[in-house]
Design a protein around this ligand. Structure first.
Ligand code: TRP
Length: 432
């Protein structure tokens, strides 16, 4: 849950739901989560626990000799770096907003004020760059000091608080004048905006939010106890992940319509709308501070899980000492990271296929690499590893009565996920 719940829920989910027309997108995203995300998560956790190894070694061990399934792990590593490049920048924005909360700037129900505050931040190359370096140093420091476990324990304690704060914000947002318009946008499907590219984005979001398609969950699985009930765990993570996203959506969209923001604002959406809500609340400045601190903690938890896979691979495969591996990875993130940090200022004009560097990293990782990784993991678990081994592993060698469930998951892994993602990808990319 520490890995799954992060900026994907609080930042990306509202931004994409707003940009892609609301309820229609939400519905497709929910289907993708249930039909594709959940089975792939179960497959990753089960494979990881069975092999008790990093994703590359796990796939090498379980594949028949000579078949290069370990390449899935390599694609995953690439995805991890691309994700971290822009993710670290969004964490940096959250840090800047912790500072803005202390100052009390950006706290206003006037869209012009909150939009200007965000624009000033992303438009300033030094603020964008230096805050990202601070994030990377912090994450690297946490890993070198070996206190990631401690951070996870803190995250676990504070997550319910974030949940409560979001729930409170929702209740308040529902009292806003245009709450009904916000809810209608979020829950009354209108499929006029839905095309193949939108469906691909919804699938990519499902993968991104559940941290699947690149080996993170395989790594987590390798630390699981043998008695752990994997389908139950995966189901709980999915529900918690959905709940946090929906709360963020219900907190944000009534405010969007009440204060006159654009739902299509994109990456700025959370940062411009929530301060407008806080400005209406008693102790708004303090609550805004608490919100951005809790969000940064959740984001750091997710980011640690992203760095974990490449660090593990460098230490286990190349035998690098852990601090060196961490340093190499952080530097390797900082380079494309700088491209993302500067996308709002000096590199704003540099575009590939119409996308800024920031958007390109996001598109390639979420809409291409994670779904491709997901298809391959589904095919691997469904066909190569095979029915008997999968069923035995999912039901903990027969001690859990998960056999029926295993059949359902296998059908989804063998036929539904690869076909659905495959068709959606080819279509979304305009190939068919
Ligand atoms: N799921 C996290 C979020 O929602 C991001 C994340 C962490 C991730 N680890 C990942 C995404 C691995 C894809 C793959 O913020």
């Amino acid at each position: 849950m520490g890995s799954a719940v992060g900026l994907g829920n609080i930042w990306k989910f509202p931004a994409l739901t707003g940009a892609n027309g609301g309820a229609g997108f939400l519905l497709i995203y929910l289907l993708a989560t249930l039909l594709v995300g959940l089975p792939v998560m179960i497959a990753e956790l089960t494979l990881g626990r069975h092999a008790r190894a990093n994703p590359i070694r796990a796939l090498r061990m379980l594949a028949p000799p000579g078949q290069p399934w370990w390449l899935v792990g390599v694609i995953g590593m690439l995805a991890a770096f691309l994700i971290m490049a822009f993710y670290s920048e969004v964490v940096a924005w959250v840090f800047v907003y912790v500072w803005k909360s202390l100052e009390g700037s950006a706290l206003s129900s006037d869209p012009a004020v909150t939009e200007a505050a965000f624009a000033a931040m992303v438009g300033n190359p030094w603020v964008s760059l230096v805050s990202q370096w601070l994030v990377l140093l912090l994450i690297g420091g946490i890993l070198v000091k070996g206190v990631a476990g401690g951070i996870e324990a803190v995250t676990k304690r504070l997550m319910p608080l974030l949940f409560l704060l979001l729930a409170g914000l929702c209740v308040f947002s529902l009292t806003l004048d245009e709450a009904a318009a916000g809810l209608a946008f979020l829950f009354k499907p209108d499929f006029s905006k839905v095309d193949a590219a939108v469906v691909l984005t919804a699938v990519g979001l499902a993968f991104f939010k559940m941290s699947i398609g690149m080996g993170t969950m395989m790594t987590y699985g390798s630390y699981f106890r043998s008695e752990q009930n994997i389908p139950l765990t995966a189901g709980r993570v999915m529900v918690a992940d959905l709940a946090v996203s929906l709360l963020a959506g219900i907190a944000i969209f009534p405010a969007v319509f009440t204060f006159g923001f654009e739902p299509t604002a994109g990456p700025s959406l959370v940062f411009i709308t929530l301060p407008a809500v806080f400005a209406q609340l008693p102790f708004g400045q303090g609550l805004m501070l608490v919100f951005f601190i809790l969000t940064s903690i959740a984001a750091i938890g997710a980011m640690l899980s992203l760095l974990e896979v490449p660090v593990l691979v460098l230490t286990e495969r190349l035998g690098l000492p852990r601090p060196l591996a961490i340093g190499v990875c952080v530097l390797a993130v900082a380079v494309p990271g700088a491209g993302c940090a500067l996308s709002g200022s000096v590199l704003a004009g540099v575009r590939v296929a119409g996308l800024t560097f920031f958007d390109l990293m996001d598109f390639v990782s979420s809409n291409l690499l994670l779904p491709v990784g997901g298809i391959l993991i589904a095919l691997f678990a469904g066909y190569v590893w095979g029915r008997a081994a999968f069923t035995r592993a999912v039901s903990n060698g027969g001690t859990l009565r998960n056999e029926g469930l295993a059949v359902v998951v296998l059908v989804l892994l063998r036929y539904v996920s690869p076909l659905l993602i495959g068709v959606v990808m080819l279509n979304g990319l305009g190939i068919i």
